[in-house]
Write a protein that binds this ligand. Structure first.
Ligand code: ADP
Ligand code: F6P
Length: 477
């Protein structure tokens, strides 16, 4: 085993996924999702011995044959093995069929099964054990997201010397919804093992603190609650992106040329609308397609000059609700193209695969309007990436009120995705907006994103936890 680390990230996934090709060769590819986009650059830029504990994204033959720790671009990665049944019960089951829908307003009904919970407990314990064996004396261990909510308490039990932080990347639900969870008490106790519990929005932190009172009989006061003689704090830390790396890519002549090529291939339309999301039912992909379709049906836009690109990254493909979603989205795309596409010029250009970062940035540069319409989203980094890439100050962002990002990005065209007439009106408003109006909005959005980038997010969290830990130590003397 490699040396111990003084800064350890613990997340369900490693920043890279293991891909085993048909020829049996192993390669590694950047993992999907906003967590990795945000946290990976921080860890790679760190001087010194950073470590990342996580799953390699594939089913191992059994938990007895782990992949050995390895160095990857200056970061030590510690793979945590998951057996096929654990992937079903812990990852697809409890994490993504119980917690994910429950924490996203129960957009689809959450299901609860005791076997899934038991697997969640066992896998959380494995992650906690791995983190405990990797962390140096007094290290900072930063546990991430809903898949690992029991890890803070499990880790504290083994290693009380550690500074333990937890950050939830997705929304934390209203107390009434959280109350559905048969294991609500255990989840709250798990999170309270941290010194600092971070949320995307103040509402999430407030819900959590209220639950510690209602469900555990504790006495939260302000942003803090006392547990076993320790102070645990809960606060919001809106996550962001590594702005400079997106600016760098957007400045590259070859990426700009690729953007021009994309527009040319689309037939140089007047307006290019763009959606980029994991293919997830929280993201509101269907509603934006239906809004587009109705505007075409009503002759309020014309497919010869308004074209949409929808990138729908494959996600959680064995979970039933995701299969149903894929069928629905693809049926709608087919219907729109059947009615309005021309040979070589579909009205909706649909891409269902992962792509390199520079191609994503070229799409941001090619798009006049970015469409982000989730029914609920912890933050939504795609919205921030689009803003960071619009170096010439043009472009418009349509953004759901139900994305965490809407709290900061007030100069976006805000929409209620449950109101299709409202979505249609905002589409038209953004399409018709004069250049000066676009630039005014974009300038303000860029100021916000540039000032609050991911380094600022991490620094605030680390400073806060260092202070809390000091106060706790002084208090216990
Ligand atoms: P979530 O974490 O729910 O997936 P976010 O919008 O916060 O949503 O983050 C998604 C991240 O994944 C962004 O950094 C985005 O650029 C990236 N991404 C989305 N689709 C793709 C794709 N097809 N290929 C590569 N990266 C993608
Ligand atoms: O926060 C959203 C999130 O669940 C992250 O935990 C994860 O990195 C991302 O979405 C992708 O999801 P998955 O790991 O299930 O593919």
């Amino acid at each position: 085993m490699a040396h111990k680390s003084d800064f350890v990230v613990v997340a369900n996934r490693l920043p890279v996924d293991r891909i085993v090709g048909g020829d049996g060769q192993t390669s590694w590819r950047r993992s999907p999702g906003g967590l990795v986009t945000a946290v990976e650059p921080l860890m790679r830029q760190r001087e010194g011995n950073g470590a990342w504990v996580g799953w390699a994204g594939d089913a191992s033959d059994g938990v007895d044959e782990p992949i050995a720790p390895f160095d990857n671009d200056g970061l030590t990665l510690y793979p945590v093995p998951l057996a096929a049944q654990e992937i079903e019960e812990y990852y697809e089951g409890f994490s993504n069929t119980s917690l994910w829908p429950l924490y996203h307003d129960a957009i689809v009904p959450a299901e609860y099964h005791r076997a899934w919970w038991n697997a969640y407990v066992a896998v959380n314990q494995r992650f906690a054990d791995a983190a405990a064996s990797v962390a140096a004396e007094g290290a900072f261990v930063w546990v991430h997201d809903y898949q690992l909510q029991l890890v803070p308490a499990m880790l504290r039990q083994k290693r009380p010397d550690l500074r333990i932080g937890f950050f939830l990347h997705i929304p934390f639900p209203p107390t009434e919804l959280f109350g559905q969870l048969p294991w609500r008490r255990q989840i709250l106790e798990g999170l309270l093992g941290a010194d600092l519990v971070g949320f995307q929005t103040p509402g999430g932190a407030a819900n959590f603190l209220r639950l510690t009172r209602d469900r555990l009989g504790l006495k939260p006061s302000g942003a803090a609650v006392q547990v076993d003689g320790r102070t645990v704090r809960a606060r919001s830390y809106p996550i962001s992106i590594d702005v400079s790396s997106f600016v760098e890519l957007a400045s590259m002549p070859e990426v700009q040329e690729r953007a021009r090529q994309i527009r040319h291939d689309l037939g140089d339309p007047r307006t290019v609308l763009l959606g980029i999301d994991r293919l997830d039912y929280t993201k509101g992909i269907g509603i934006r397609l239906e809004a587009l379709e109705e505007l075409l049906d009503e002759d309020r836009i014309d497919a010869s000059d308004t074209v949409m690109i929808q990138v729908a990254t494959p996600s959680r493909e064995r979970v039933e609700q995701y299969r149903v979603l894929r069928e629905n989205v693809e049926r709608t795309v087919g219907r729109i193209n059947g009615s309005y596409g021309a040979v070589g010029n579909p009205a909706v250009n649909y891409i269902h695969r992962s792509m390199p970062r520079d191609e994503i940035v070229a799409l941001y540069l090619a798009a006049d309007i970015m469409v982000v319409t989730p029914f609920r989203d912890g933050m939504n980094l795609v919205a921030k990436e689009y803003i960071a890439c619009r170096l010439d100050g043009t472009g418009s962002l349509i953004l759901s009120e139900f994305a965490g990002a809407a709290r900061e990005l007030k100069n976006a065209y805000l929409v209620n995705p449950y109101d299709i007439e409202g979505v249609k009106e905002v589409f038209l408003e953004a399409i018709e907006a004069p250049r000066a109006e676009q630039r005014r909005r974009m300038r303000s959005l860029q100021r916000q994103v540039t000032k609050h980038d991911v380094a600022h997010w991490a620094q605030t969290f680390v400073d806060d936890i260092t202070r809390i830990r000091r106060e706790n130590r002084e208090g216990s003397r």
